[in-house]
Ligand binder design. Structure first.
Ligand SMILES: Nc1ncnc2c1ncn2[C@@H]1O[C@H](COP(=O)(O)OP(=O)(O)OP(=O)(O)O)[C@@H](O)[C@H]1O
Ligand SMILES: [Mg+2]
Length: 452
């Protein structure tokens, strides 16, 4: 189907409306003038007939001397039926056809209507009357009508053109921001997120631009995050892959033997890659499953006891004591127990890893009216303040080396963050270098909104 631009469509619509309105106005004015003119002609003809009869009556009945009477009052003061005879051009002649008074050439009055003038029953003359309406109204009417139509047509044409020009201007101005938005959208499609956006305008437009701008910002962030993630993954995989590749090359050229130590180095690096892939998979699952949690009522004390027991062997080997501190009354929370176990395992593993032998790791649980509070507190090396804001970012590790000796892949806390976010909760960290670290989780107790 052929597409039309919005501007063209609105312009066409406005043009049709303006032209039709102007045409109707023209017809209405023309029609109204014709009616008025017809009325006028009818009235004038009627008055003329009335005047004619009145003049004859005056001439017959008043008994004046025709010569003096009609000569004395022809142009100003004789009034018949409230109308001055001035409105009627007239001439009077005797029976011997002598013109007594006329303001017209003789050739003219001979063509005028004629009536005999009787005086005491005797014909004394002839009255010539020139009715001024019938002979001139036709052309005048045509001229008035023609002039009026011409003037009206010109005014209509000019005002229509003016209205169209103005409308085109207004439409162009009104639709300009939309064109700008379209350009900005095309720019985004081509990967440019910096195209300028329209400013000002009406409320609706400002809302549209604000929504567009927020969407563009989100897309931009998503793109940055994707690029960052790819760079991180590349960086993380490159280190173990380099170790493997270098070691294999060295074996090939005879620098290293294929002995037990080499095998264990290669094995450790492969395991490292496997862990990164597993963690990435887990993170991916957490992000995509965020909306498909399987929440249930969880008895927090029983659940934590169970979790702590998982670390029994690790605690014994590292000589770190895990203590569980909860309030005496039972605590229940509405959560996905499996996902929350993932969270606690990540936090407790970190705490054990960074706590020196002989110190404690404590797990605390409490509740208030709306929330359950969980805490993993260790007495380890702590985290320097400059690292704290980045601790939940993917692949972020405090250790500069980022080598295999640092342990994990730096994805644990980002997984924690995603799971807690899916539960509509929050996770925060407090730490002091040399004293220890606290991870605090706050989860809504129940699925219903809490107003406290
Ligand atoms: N309790 C803690 N004490 C001190 N540093 C910590 C603690 N927990 C986390 N960190 C620091 O934060 C970094 C990120 O932790 P995170 O759990 O995300 O990654 P990881 O433990 O290194 O790897 P992974 O958990 O993916 O195996 C850690 O590398 C460590 O430097
Ligand atoms: Mg970890």
């Amino acid at each position: 189907m052929k597409s039309t631009s919005l501007r063209r469509r609105v312009s066409s619509l406005v043009t049709i409306i303006v032209v039709v309105t102007a045409g109707l106005n023209f017809l209405a004015a023309h029609w109204s003038l014709q009616i008025s003119l017809s009325d006028y002609v009818r009235t004038a003809e009627r008055d003329q007939v009335a005047d004619w009869a009145s003049v004859l009556t005056l001439v017959q009945d008043e008994g004046h001397s025709l010569n003096t009477g009609m000569l004395a009052f022809p142009r100003s003061t004789v009034r018949i039926d409230g109308k001055s005879l001035m409105e009627t051009q007239f001439a009077l002649a005797t029976r011997r056809r002598t013109i007594v008074h006329t303001s017209f050439p003789r050739s003219v009055w001979r063509t005028w209507p004629v009536s005999g003038v009787l005086y005491h029953g005797e014909s004394v003359g002839v009255l010539y009357m020139q009715p001024y309406v019938p002979t001139r109204v036709g052309p005048i009417r045509r001229r008035i009508s023609g002039n009026f139509d011409l003037g009206l047509a010109l005014v209509t044409l000019l005002s229509t053109l003016g209205a169209l020009a103005l409308t085109t201007l207004v439409i162009r101005r009104a639709l300009m921001p939309l064109s700008q938005l379209a350009l900005a959208t095309n720019a985004i499609v081509k990967g440019n997120f910096n195209a300028s956006l329209p400013t000002g305008g009406d409320d609706e437009l400002r809302q549209l631009v604000a929504a567009f701008s927020a969407m563009r910002e989100n897309l931009n962030q998503a793109r940055d995050a994707r690029e960052q993630a790819l760079a991180d993954i590349h960086h993380e995989l490159r280190t173990p892959m380099n170790v493997i590749s270098n070691r294999l090359e060295a074996i090939q050229v005879g620098l290293f033997q294929w002995d037990h130590q080499t095998v264990s180095v290669l094995h450790r690096e492969v395991q490292r890659i496997q862990k990164i892939l597993l963690d990435l998979r887990e993170l991916q699952d957490v992000i995509t499953d965020a909306l498909t949690l399987a929440p249930e009522w969880v008895d927090v004390l029983a659940w934590l006891n169970n979790l702590a027991s998982l670390f029994q062997v690790e605690c014994e080997t590292s000589d770190v004591l895990i203590t569980l501190c909860t309030q005496s009354s039972p605590i229940r929370m509405w959560a996905d127990a499996n996902k929350m176990s993932q969270v606690m395992v990540n936090l407790i593993s970190n705490a054990l890893r960074f706590t020196p032998p002989g110190r404690n790791v404590r797990i605390l649980a409490s509740e208030d009216a709306c929330y359950v509070h969980l805490e993993v507190r260790d007495e380890g090396q702590g985290i320097a303040p400059e690292h704290l804001p980045h601790i939940f970012e993917r692949f972020y590790r405090v250790d500069e080396s980022r080598g295999p000796s640092s342990g994990g892949s730096g994805l644990g806390l980002s997984i924690v963050h995603e799971i807690i976010r899916a539960h509509r909760g929050t996770v925060t960290v407090e730490s002091e270098v040399g004293s220890g670290t606290r991870f605090l989780i706050r989860l809504p107790k129940s699925p219903e909104p809490c107003l406290d």
